[in-house]
Design a protein around this ligand. Structure first.
Ligand SMILES: NC(=O)c1ccc[n+]([C@@H]2O[C@H](COP(=O)([O-])OP(=O)(O)OC[C@H]3O[C@@H](n4cnc5c(N)ncnc54)[C@H](O)[C@@H]3O)[C@@H](O)[C@H]2O)c1
Ligand SMILES: O=C(O)C(=O)C[C@@H](O)[C@H](O)[C@H](O)COP(=O)(O)O
Ligand SMILES: [Zn+2]
Length: 363
């Protein structure tokens, strides 16, 4: 294996390895070692498949006799839908996929969540291998086993926990990632610093230019540190009974924004950037973090070229109504991940709706 490849182990009841480094999509022996049966469905999207799917098929086919079929969904969040899900079930049926079949998800978080959910449901669960191709998917969505699709009513409302057998993050593919998507991934990177690693925030501030310039060393360091944080949390709390909820910092606002825009406005990372800032302001309004911390967070996100204001045309009341269907909400009201300042966050129940509305109205 390439010396530049790093391995992060995810522990727990279903342990697996996250490998990160250049050239992994061509590591046919390692990819094929995950295949137990005779059927592979390689799921990708219309931007990624033309660039990388043939390489993965060739790498796999050189090392396994399994039949490899390719399913290509339209690029973009809209594919993470009931229709997209049904399409993948049809592909698995056409392939004749048996219970030992394996789904490979080659793409960003949309492909990972959608293909992962199909793998979770087909015959009540078949093998899944994540091949993340966006920064966001490498540092976040490919790890931890959350799979889901969206409904018009809300993000990720239908899903399952279905951990992958393995994750191979080929960092060489980040060269073709559009600028906007690189920035989106950096939002989730900032999240780790915000909730659990204050020195990482300082490091990100110092390496903003290097990350935006896609310097190999800076990207590799940011990915490794983010993956290590995610791996540690999901190993301790795979089903979000406790601390895993902290990974949802900014997401109550973000998911409301995405759904309210019909999944065609901000991408997920952009919505998370805005959401983290609103959560920081809400925390300040409730007397947790200092207002100055929210301003520092805003400066860092803006430095990465991420949006920090609510997009025009979104009504505060409509966003609040969306939040009532957030998965962290309970019968007794909204629960938010709030901020205690750099490196510390907590889940708080019973957050007054009036305070949330006030933050939304002033954003
Ligand atoms: N399961 C989880 O734990 C988790 C965590 C975070 C986010 N998510 C989900 O992930 C999704 C967002 O994922 P995303 O930001 O990766 O978006 P995405 O999957 O839509 O990918 C972004 C865009 O980049 C393109 N692309 C991907 N890789 C490329 C490459 N190497 N070169 C060129 N183009 C490339 C895609 O085709 C797409 O157009 C959301 O649905 C979000 O809810 C899930
Ligand atoms: O892995 C997690 O747990 C996260 O919350 C990571 C988030 O970045 C991600 O967007 C996740 O899909 C949100 O989960 P949800 O449970 O709020 O749908
Ligand atoms: Zn997220």
């Amino acid at each position: 294996m390439n010396a530049a490849v790093r391995t992060i182990a995810v522990g727990g009841a279903h342990p697996y390895a996250v490998q990160v480094g250049p050239g992994l999509l061509d590591a046919g022996d390692a990819l094929a070692a995950q295949v137990r049966g005779r059927h592979v469905l390689l799921v990708s999207d219309s931007h990624v498949a033309p660039r990388y799917a043939a390489r993965v098929v060739a790498a796999l086919s050189a090392h396994t006799p399994a039949r490899v079929a390719v399913a290509c969904v339209a690029a973009g969040e809209a594919a993470k839908s009931l229709d997209g899900f049904a399409g993948l079930l049809r592909e698995l049926a056409d392939l004749g996929a048996t219970r030992d079949a394996c789904v490979f998800a080659l793409g960003g978080g949309v492909v990972g969540d959608l293909a992962g959910f199909a793998a979770a449901c087909w015959m009540r669960g078949i093998d899944l291998v994540q091949l993340p191709t966006t920064l966001l998917a490498m540092v976040d969505s490919a790890i931890g086993g959350k799979t889901a699709i969206d409904l018009p009513q809300g993000k990720n409302l239908v899903g399952a926990f279905h951990p992958p057998r393995a994750v191979f993050a080929d960092t060489a593919v980040l060269r073709t990632l559009p600028e906007r998507e690189l920035r989106a991934g950096l939002a989730e990177v900032v999240k780790y610093g915000a909730i659990m690693d204050a020195p990482f925030l300082d490091w990100l501030r110092a390496h903003t230019a290097a990350l935006l310039a896609r310097e190999d060393a800076a990207l590799a360091a940011a990915i490794a540190r983010s993956c290590a944080h995610k791996a540690a949390i999901v190993a301790r709390d795979p089903h979000e009974h406790g601390e895993r909820a902290l990974l949802n910092f900014g997401h109550t606002f973000a998911h409301a924004i995405e759904a309210e825009q019909g999944y065609g406005g901000c991408n997920h990372g952009e919505a998370v950037a805005i959401g983290m800032l609103l959560a920081a302001r809400l925390s300040a309004a409730l007397g947790l973090a200092a207002p100055a911390h929210a301003q520092q967070l805003q400066a860092l996100l803006a430095g990465f070229g991420l949006p920090t204001a609510l997009p025009a045309g979104l009504a505060a009341e409509a966003l609040l109504a969306r939040m009532r269907l957030d998965k962290k909400a309970a019968g007794n009201g909204l629960r938010f991940v709030l901020w205690d300042g750099p490196g510390a966050a907590r889940l708080l129940a019973g957050v007054p709706e009036a305070a949330v509305l006030e933050v939304l109205r002033s954003a």
